[in-house]
Design a protein around this ligand. Structure first.
Ligand code: UD1
Ligand code: UDP
Length: 397
């Protein structure tokens, strides 16, 4: 049995590695070893609990208002001795957080091969998203096996001269996690969400946290939501707010008092998935939500200037509108009032995965170690690359 150390630290990484940890544990070839940096704490623990993951190692590095340097230094200095001691056969990292990069670097220093899942996402702009675009590029340099969710992602890696034989298109494991979670239909812990689900009010579901939006972007999001709350008293705006105090300070004072705005603590993944299903419009800057919502047939307005996930834009369910007050107000208004515009976006599509990404990932790792056939690739819908927001055009009334 080969030991694969799975290293992660934040909520989205946990959601996306959970199906892989299970598939590794179910395989006769592998034994997963789980190491969390706990760059996030409560938001990570919510996911560990849902998927019944008990870490073998927990570095608990989180600090209030941690800087990028804090996370990098503490993750690296915690992971290096741990890898030297545990000596796994491979280290698996996911995505583009600072834990991802530090985990890959620590493994490289120990000359342990790195498997990178969710490899090959690119905007081409180093500060957008910040610091994730650079984290993922650096992780590519350190990885020996690249599991790319889509053909686009594979193409990005090929442009950077990554060895074709070391890239496998698996689909994104977030869809495995989503399908499993939606299937369980977990009850809400929050009474207000039961009331919202049972009610008839249109629901606008909002999440926001990106570092590049801190300051003017976050303020614009707050002002836009306040204007929408005032203009549409019949609509319920629900904002499960990230734990980051920077986000809370920008948002809560601006929208916290409106009767039709509900701010809740970060939701357990089961509740969040259920709420996405109930929502009419999703307004977000999240990477994971951009991937999940199209599977549920929900229109998604992305409050960023760039995206590394152009596939759902091409499918028409996702629109890139920027963290721009005017654009947010006019696009949400349009989707709430123009049925034809709504119907154009509300299509169910699965460009990111089919629920079999974790199995393909395990096959790819086995093949990397010389066991079994090459994994059968996931073939997503064809995509052209729209990675920048189009200049904002006022939608027709
Ligand atoms: C991190 C990742 C980002 C990912 C996001 C998912 C980096 C640099 N950023 O951003 O790529 O998209 O997670 O949410 O890797 N906090 C808590 N409890 C928690 C989580 C966070 O209190 O469970 C607070 C702490 O004050 C912490 C702050 O949030 O210092 C920021 O956390 P951090 O992981 O540095 O950045 P995120 O913005 O969460
Ligand atoms: N999510 C969750 N609870 C919430 C908000 C989001 O479980 O209250 C899930 C969401 O479904 C997605 C992931 O968390 O799978 C996205 O996390 P986040 O937006 O923090 O990070 P990103 O995807 O932008 O890296």
């Amino acid at each position: 049995m080969r030991r694969v150390m799975v290293v992660f630290g934040t909520r989205p990484e946990a959601i996306k590695v959970a199906p892989v940890i299970k598939a590794l544990a179910d395989s006769p070839l592998f034994e997963p070893v789980v190491a969390v940096t706990a760059q996030h704490r409560s938001m990570l623990d919510q996911v560990l609990e849902l998927f019944s993951i008990v870490p073998d190692y927990d570095l608990n590095i989180i600090r209030e208002r941690q800087t990028l340097t804090d996370v990098t230094v503490n993750a690296l200095s915690g992971l290096s001795p741990l890898m030297a001691e545990a000596r796994p056969d491979a280290v698996l990292v996911q995505g583009d957080t600072t834990t991802t990069f530090a985990g890959a670097l620590a493994a490289f220093y120990e000359k342990i091969p790195v498997v990178h899942i969710e490899a090959g996402l690119r905007t081409g702009e180093v500060y957008s998203p910040y610091p994730e675009e650079i984290n993922r590029r650096l992780t590519t340099q350190l990885a020996s096996l690249h599991c790319a969710p889509t053909q686009n992602n594979k193409a990005n890696l090929l442009v950077e001269n990554v060895d074709r034989s070391k890239i496998v298109v698996t689909g994104n494991t977030v869809i495995d996690a989503l399908l499993w979670t939606v299937g369980r239909r977990v009850p809400y812990e929050e009474a207000v969400l039961n009331e919202i689900e049972a009610g008839t009010a249109p629901v606008v579901l909002v999440t926001a946290h990106r570092r590049e939006s801190w300051g003017p972007g976050m303020e614009a999001i707050g002002r836009a939501l306040a204007r929408l709350a005032l203009a549409h008293p019949e609509v319920r705006i629900v904002f499960p707010i990230h734990k980051n105090p920077v986000v809370r300070e920008a948002i809560v004072p601006v929208i916290g008092e409106f009767a039709n705005v509900t701010i809740v603590e970060p939701l357990a993944y089961g509740s969040f998935a259920r709420l996405m299903n109930r929502a009419d419009v999703i307004l977000t800057d999240s990477g994971g939500v951009q991937e999940e919502a199209p599977s549920l047939g929900k229109p998604v307005l992305v409050m960023r200037d760039t995206t590394e996930r152009p596939e759902a834009m091409d499918a028409g369910t996702v629109k890139l509108i920027g963290a721009d007050e005017h654009a947010i107000v006019s696009w949400v208004t349009r989707l709430l009032t123009d049925q034809a515009a709504y119907d154009l976006m509300a299509n169910s599509t699965n460009p990111y995965g089919d629920g079999l990404a974790a199995a393909r990932t395990v096959d790819a790792i086995a093949h990397f170690f010389g066991v079994g056939e090459a994994a059968t690739e996931f073939v997503p819908e064809v995509s052209t690359l729209h990675t920048r927001a189009e200049p904002h055009v006022e939608p027709a009334a």
